[in-house]
Design a protein around this ligand. Structure first.
Ligand SMILES: Cc1cc2nc3c(=O)[nH]c(=O)nc-3n(C[C@H](O)[C@H](O)[C@H](O)COP(=O)(O)O)c2cc1C
Length: 172
């Protein structure tokens, strides 16, 4: 089963990368194939006539074979980053019926919850299946050690349950 992880910010110094890399290791540990789809690699100047662009084709080659998707997104001004929306908008029908789970990230205590709620609405329009469970990573700047390992052990169990929920929606 192939479950790629979309890293939703291109910001220099992004903390969300630590979360995406943590999720990558956890998804691999659970026995699934995965990789990070970094929005830095899918940047476009505008959203017009992009469907046939090489960037869209590149994203399509990752999204079409995906059994499910994970989106790691920080919260920027109570929403999700613009570059994430521009990357998602490169495709449309390719997302149909793909289960999607969200990981919210913030430096405050909310854990990116408001960004996740907005992404749920967008994912419905993209014909995805947003799952009930989400993972939140508040105060992210304190959550990982210098090696990038998560300090709060309870996340391992939480990810396990999140992945079980996500995979339960994958079409047999
Ligand atoms: C443009 C911008 C807007 C932000 N707005 C919020 C916000 O609304 N709520 C919040 O909890 N954190 C906000 N933050 C802080 C992020 O939570 C913080 O940068 C955190 O490390 C996750 O984002 P990162 O992956 O870019 O580092 C904002 C950061 C930026 C760059």
């Amino acid at each position: 089963m192939y479950i790629p992880i979309i890293l939703g910010t291109a910001r220099e110094g992004r903390q969300s990368e630590k979360v995406a890399k943590f999720m990558l290791r956890e998804v691999e540990k659970a026995g699934y194939t995965t990789e990070i789809i970094d929005v830095r690699d899918y940047r476009i100047p505008a959203t017009d006539n992009t469907e046939e662009s090489p960037t869209a084709k590149k994203l399509e080659s990752k999204v079409v074979p995906a059994d499910a998707l994970i989106i790691v997104s920080p919260e920027y001004n109570h929403g999700y980053p613009g570059e994430l929306k521009m990357a998602l908008d490169l495709l449309w029908k390719q997302y149909t019926k793909k289960p999607v789970g969200f990981c919210g990230v913030s430096n405050g205590k909310m854990g990116g919850g408001r960004a996740v709620e907005q992404l749920r609405l967008v994912s419905i329009q993209l014909r995805m299946i947003p799952i009930f469970q989400a993972l939140y990573f508040p105060v992210v700047q304190d959550l990982f050690d210098e090696k990038g390992e998560i300090k709060d052990e309870s996340y391992h169990k939480r990810v396990e349950s999140f992945l079980e929920n996500l995979v339960s929606y994958v079409k047999k």
